[in-house]
Design a protein around this ligand. Structure first.
Ligand SMILES: [Zn+2]
Length: 101
């Protein structure tokens, strides 16, 4: 967490390097910081814009999609992501060597 005066002493590049977590941590201060100082005001505008962008980009947690089971030529069924293409047809990882013969 950085103080406002520390932030003012940074270049735009240095501020851009501040982690999203830090910006979020400072969110309350950023949103409600009250100042008449134009430099500070510009800084708060910059940080507020970043805060909004971070919040907008925050991934909404989604349940991991269940991979559908598919039947392979080896005779087994595996999640589609695990199906492999062997020379003798599609194969589960366990049968790949046999199916590649
Ligand atoms: Zn198999």
């Amino acid at each position: 967490m950085a103080t406002i005066s520390e932030l003012l002493g940074m270049t735009t590049e240095e501020r851009a390097a501040i982690s999203d977590e830090t910006i979020l941590d400072m969110g309350y201060g950023i949103q409600y910081y009250d100042t008449q100082n134009s430099q500070e005001f510009a800084l708060m505008r910059e940080l507020n814009a970043r805060l909004k962008a971070i919040k907008a980009a925050a991934p909404t947690p989604q349940p991991r999609p269940q991979s559908a089971m598919v039947a392979c030529d080896c005779g087994h069924s595996v999640p589609a992501t695990q199906r492999m293409n062997a020379s003798m047809g599609t194969s589960c990882p366990d049968c790949y060597d046999r199916m590649s013969a």
